[in-house]
Design a protein around this ligand. Sequence first.
Ligand SMILES: [Fe+2]
Length: 315
Amino acid sequence: MARTRPGRSCPRHYRYSPAVFSRAADLEAQSLYIVGGLYGNPFALEAVLDLARRENATLVFNGDFNWFDVDSEGFGAINETVLRHAALRGNVETEIAGEDAGAGCGCGYPDWVGEAEVERSNEILKRLRETARGHPDLRERLGVLPMHLVAEVGGLRVGIAHGDAESLAGWQFSQEALRERPGHAEALLAGAAIDVFACTHTCLPVMQDFATPRGTALIVNNGAAGMPNFRDTRFGVATRIASAPSTQALYRARLGATVVEAVPVRYDYEAWMARFDRVWPASSPAALSYRKRIASGPGYEVEQAVRTGAVLRTA
Ligand SMILES: [Fe+2]
């Protein structure tokens, strides 16, 4: 009964109907950055703030901005800054805001993620919750963050959540599920009545288009803003939606007059490695699960992420 074990389950209160997205937009933006999975990397946070500042863009943090920030000072700084912007809670924020209800990290890990990794995630979460206890005000603010948001950019309706269109920790919009069960994702999109669905949570980026009753719709999963996403790279990825294309984009799709792009989050790599190693020394759960990826990226290529047309560049 793996589904009920900590780290494997998707708690009932994580769920919502795709129909929640068929509402009037909560915010309108000329240029929007959606930043998922900062994972407590303050240098990546600095980099996305800088990107947004340059074009006066709106930022939405769609969850898991905490993870490796188990040092009290780091935790305070990340959350104070993120919470000045529009933010949604991910499974990490939801679980550290509450007491242990048996969900572990709340990741809802599918079968292809190994047992040892799930256990280490539960340990990381436990440590992070201890840190969060020292910040009761922040903990309270994290607990009341919404799970979904609707934005409007250039006439496009953009649904934003941490997981997928029916669960905060859903894996239906992971690159694996989008390849294996595109029909299910298409049905979820149609039920959400949006043009673009921006998500994160599953740790690898993907951009895939679908035919829905509204026309072409796009799922864009940014992977992680605070960790490398592609083989032998040292930058995170964020989603950008705007009228004018960015010169930095890794890949993009155009919907009408608006572009939806994956942009690199080029943070101070050396500084982040040093911070990570200090907080999570060798053989700690985070070092075992993540250090290799943080150092040089996962075994995943830009070409695998793009399921809409041409890759622009792989820098
Ligand atoms: Fe997550």
